[in-house]
Ligand binder design. Structure first.
Ligand code: AP5
Length: 219
């Protein structure tokens, strides 16, 4: 199965992609995670994209296309993938179609996560992330067992720089402005699945599996 997850910051794309990846055995490819790793490792790409990511602006399309093309060439993506956070522009959507067409493949579904703006702000303002394994927590909705410490590896949790209140507001504005053409692109191709992504994470997982026609019990 080849899926893309679209939706505003804080909609739960990463949370659900990780769960679905575990259920289906497909790689979860988050362009945000790839960019943050490049920044943390101070690679040439990381230095190029740091200002964009930390201020919540979109990284230029040509940089993103190169990153996604390289990632989809890796063997684990041959049987399918969950692409989280890409495409975000029409040019990226067209590039993805081209990359897939070169391999005789097509996309199965584009899932649009829909969440009220106030809920997004609550989710983003409480998010904490493990800098080692990337697991997301939330101070209220999904707290770690020990305050600010990752359950999995004991690392101290951090707040993403782009989750600071002033950056969240501009990310949300940017998102609503940029995403509509991409939504229409997939709607016109009959690939769009609009997911009600409100409610707790288990409820959303159940809806997602049902909407995709996958009949397994969620984790
Ligand atoms: P990216 O990392 O993709 O960020 P985003 O799209 O803004 O999405 P988020 O990671 O903020 O949210 P999410 O929907 O994954 O929510 P999550 O599951 O964490 O991109 C970051 C930046 O990289 C961009 O701003 C841009 O600069 C750059 N970039 C990336 N891709 C690009 C591209 N294609 N082109 C150009 N630039 C690009 O959940 C949020 C919180 O809510 C968590 O705390 C979680 O625990 C909690 N939560 C989740 N689900 C629920 C639920 N059902 N109930 C309660 N709490 C929940």
């Amino acid at each position: 199965m080849r899926l893309v997850f679209l939706g505003p910051p804080g909609a739960g794309k990463g949370t659900q992609a990780r769960r679905l990846s575990g259920i289906l055995g497909l790689p979860h490819i988050s362009t945000g995670d790839i960019l943050r790793a490049a920044i943390a490792q101070d690679t040439e790409t990381g230095r190029k994209v740091r200002d964009y990511v930390e201020s919540g602006r979109l990284v230029p399309d040509d940089v993103m296309e190169e990153i996604v093309r390289a990632r989809l060439e890796r063997p684990d993506a041959a049987q399918g993938f969950i692409l989280d956070g890409f495409p975000r522009t029409i040019r990226q959507a067209e590039a993805l179609d081209t990359i897939l067409a070169e391999r005789g493949q097509t996309l199965d579904r584009a899932v649009l996560f829909q969440v009220d703006r106030q809920v997004l702000i609550e989710r983003l303002s409480g998010r904490m992330v493990c800098p080692v394994c990337g697991t997301n927590y939330h101070r209220v909705f999904h707290p770690p067992r020990e305050d600010e410490v990752c359950d999995g590896d004991g690392a101290k949790l951090i707040q993403r720089k782009d989750d600071l209140p002033e950056t969240v507001a501009s990310r949300l504005e940017g998102y609503y402005h940029q995403i509509q053409p991409v939504v229409e692109y997939y709607r016109n191709r009959g690939l769009l699945y609009e997911l009600d992504a409100e409610g707790d994470a288990d409820t959303v997982t159940r809806r997602l599996l049902q909407g995709l026609g996958i009949s397994v019990e969620p984790v």
